[in-house]
Design a protein around this ligand. Structure first.
Ligand code: NGS
Length: 324
């Protein structure tokens, strides 16, 4: 260190100018995470080659209508501003029944079940539901929203809730599942809510993390996966009780089955996260993850256990109540 910049001087300089610390920390942080901005993704021009074009056979298509188009949506990147978000909450539920919607002007090429795991966050659900309907109704897809609510005071079991939601959506013949946190809102119109022919991590760029992908195998937040792949992986482990780890365990199932994790470019994958209190952390999560691969065949979609499950269709979503 040069003489004129002794440790004491540096300390005094910072002490006098505490405000300097904030830009300094941001600059250092920016350079440390810079590489992560450029995560690997499929170019928007190639998305069409990856689309998993399957509709729910229960959806009645009309011969006289043309197939819906998706190119314009994919190429029309448009960021939702905070002031527009308020407008999106003020909507009329035209065309929505039991949480399901299909476009009228054309025949959708893709059907998607959106699975939202939930407990005790009414204020977030009140924002999420109108917002996501307003967002999705412009996407030319057939979709249905399921809210899977854990209705007891036992530790949060997100993996089990996803398995129960997936079973219901698969029984209703949905070919594609989007696993969705209730606190995440997509910001860019071009983030098409569909499956690709490999699992897609959709929430790669969240404002809470300054739009940086925090690690490459992250699949938590919002993930699109075909029902066939979900079954192949035997879904989620049912053994993660409390916050954390179940998504990382799912990522290891993805790689054990030699599937990829695809992503859209950063600007398309932007989300905002609603503030909330986290479920208590699962201190055993790292230990459970250790024998993840050995357990995968016996712990998952094929072995869900619960005290009771109820399915209650409502106008804006189908509620699946679970007591574990
Ligand atoms: C990791 C957790 C994941 C979680 C991710 C992001 O540390 O379950 O953070 O969490 N893994 C473990 O704890 C092993 S977030 O800040 O978005 O809630 O999804």
């Amino acid at each position: 260190m040069p003489k004129w910049l002794s440790r004491q001087r540096l300390f005094l300089l910072l002490k006098k100018n505490v405000w300097l610390l904030f830009p300094l920390i941001s600059i250092v942080q920016f350079f440390f995470t810079f590489g992560e901005f450029k995560y690997e993704h499929i170019p928007v021009e190639r998305v069409n080659d990856y689309l998993y074009k399957h509709v729910n056979p229960n959806l009645k298509l009309v011969n006289t209508k043309a197939e819906c188009k998706y190119d314009d949506i994919l190429h029309h990147t448009q960021l939702t501003q905070v002031r527009e978000m308020k407008k999106m909450l003020n909507f009329t539920p035209k065309g929505i029944m039991n949480g399901s919607f299909a476009p009228e002007e054309c025949n959708p090429a893709m059907s998607v079940a959106i699975l939202v795991t939930y407990r005790n966050r009414q204020s977030q659900l009140d924002v999420f539901i109108p917002y996501i309907h307003t967002f999705l109704r412009k996407q030319n897809i057939h979709y249905k929203i399921y809210v899977i609510e854990q209705q007891d005071d036992k530790p949060w079991n997100k993996g089990l809730l996803y398995n129960i939601g997936a079973k219901q959506a698969i029984a209703e013949k949905f070919p594609c599942l989007i696993l969705h946190d209730v606190d995440l809102l997509p910001l860019d119109h071009s983030n098409l809510y569909v499956c690709l022919n490999q699992p897609r991590h959709m929430s790669a760029s969240i404002d809470k993390f300054r739009f940086v992908l925090i690690y490459n195998t992250l699949v938590g937040g919002v993930l699109a996966i075909t029902s066939e792949h979900y079954k192949l992986l035997n879904g989620f482990s049912n053994r993660f009780l409390g916050w954390g780890g179940e998504d990382d365990d799912f990522a290891s199932r993805i790689s054990a089955n030699k599937l990829d994790i695809l992503r859209f470019p950063q600007h398309m994958a932007r989300y905002t996260m609603l503030r909330h209190q986290q479920e208590p952390e699962n201190s055993a999560r790292y230990a459970i993850m250790l024998d993840g691969r050995r357990r995968a065949a016996s712990d998952g979609l094929g072995s869900v256990a619960f005290a009771s499950v109820g399915v209650r269709p409502q106008r804006l979503y189908t509620l699946i109540t679970v007591r574990v």
